[in-house]
Design a protein around this ligand. Structure first.
Ligand code: ZN
Length: 327
């Protein structure tokens, strides 16, 4: 994964706070932000509050969730003070083990696009639960087939979209636009607007910032931003991040679909090609060939490299793709 992400990217990891991951993420990706899954944190908190009355426990867990979602430092501190005031030593011990920069929206240094849990990974695991018992080559093949079919469906669906922004997010923009229609907006200076809502906020549309901090946190215009952009007369779509655009969606689907088709064709060649793997001493490469051969040999087990064979070129491509997938 580090090889795959060696170029400059702002990577965010969301994990269940497994002890191994705590050290590994910091060691391997020192510049990445590490978020603790809120669902797992709440589960841990319920366990820690054993013996507390059920209703009171539910209230404390909900309050903890509000702290996590609080977008501003002021609101976070206010809610945290209430949490500490209402709870006992068990809650204080729980919070003392957590650095706020790993779970609280207000302090988190990276961009989570509003995602505070690892539900996406859990959904994927549930999606492939019937295939998980298969041998590894069939498992990879089955996952690839499922992904290919899903992407094909999504590609067809996206072809019906006539908007610039993807369907779900375009509807959200329309909802925010409708909700803020009656709000009063005043231009404060170039690109800066005061939006009189409930409460009032200041928006800098050039810097894509709002004092409510929702725009910065979710990388998507908040209701105040939508209001200010409408007042400025500029196109709302110009202020939406590329990852929400139909163009980006189609491009991603197209590239992944092509990769899947290519890899599936190559995987079908895997079983006969395993006959061409020859054991060797000390993991040394036999004969001439690209380093991908050797790396794929290592993937299968130390001491094995590709032998000669008519389908060697196919394995070369498979080896490269597998490293992308494994990354
Ligand atoms: Zn706002």
């Amino acid at each position: 994964m580090r090889v795959f992400l060696e170029f400059e990217r702002n990577v965010v990891f969301i994990s269940d706070r497994n002890i191994g991951l705590l050290h590994a993420v910091a060691d391997v990706f020192p510049g990445a932000s590490h978020s603790y899954c809120l669902v797992h944190l709440k589960k841990n908190l319920r366990t820690r509050l054993g013996g507390v009355a059920m209703d009171w426990k539910r209230y404390l867990v909900e309050l903890f969730g509000k702290c996590a979602y609080a977008p501003t430092l002021e609101l976070f501190n206010e809610l945290l003070a209430e949490l500490e005031r209402e709870s006992g030593n068990k809650m204080r011990d729980f919070l003392s083990d957590l650095d706020v920069k790993h779970w609280a929206h207000a302090y988190f240094p990276g961009h989570r696009y509003g995602e505070l849990s690892s539900n996406l990974a859990e959904c994927f695991n549930r999606w492939i639960k019937d295939e998980r018992c298969l041998p590894v080559t069939q498992l990879v093949d089955a996952i690839r087939m499922k992904l290919m079919e899903q992407m094909s469906r999504r590609k067809e669906e996206s072809l019906r979209w006539k908007t610039t922004v993807c369907s779900t997010w375009d509807k959200r923009l329309a909802g925010l636009f409708q909700f803020s229609r009656t709000w009063v907006v005043r231009k404060s200076s170039a690109d800066v607007y005061d939006v009189r809502g409930n409460p009032s906020n200041t928006v800098n549309i050039c810097q894509r910032r709002c004092t409510c901090r929702e725009w910065q946190l979710n990388c998507f215009p908040c209701v105040h931003a939508v209001c200010a952009i409408r007042k400025s007369g500029r196109d709302l779509n110009d202020f939406v991040e590329p990852c929400y655009l139909v163009y980006s969606f189609r491009r991603l689907i197209r590239s992944r679909l092509n990769q899947s088709l290519q890899l599936i064709n190559q995987i079908l060649l895997l079983i006969p090609m395993t006959l061409s793997f020859l054991p060797c001493k000390g993991g040394q490469r036999v004969g001439q060939g690209p380093s991908a051969y050797h790396r794929f040999g290592k993937l299968l087990g130390k001491g094995y490299v590709l032998g000669a064979g008519p389908l060697r070129g196919a394995i070369k491509g498979l080896a490269r793709n597998l490293f992308l997938v494994d990354s």
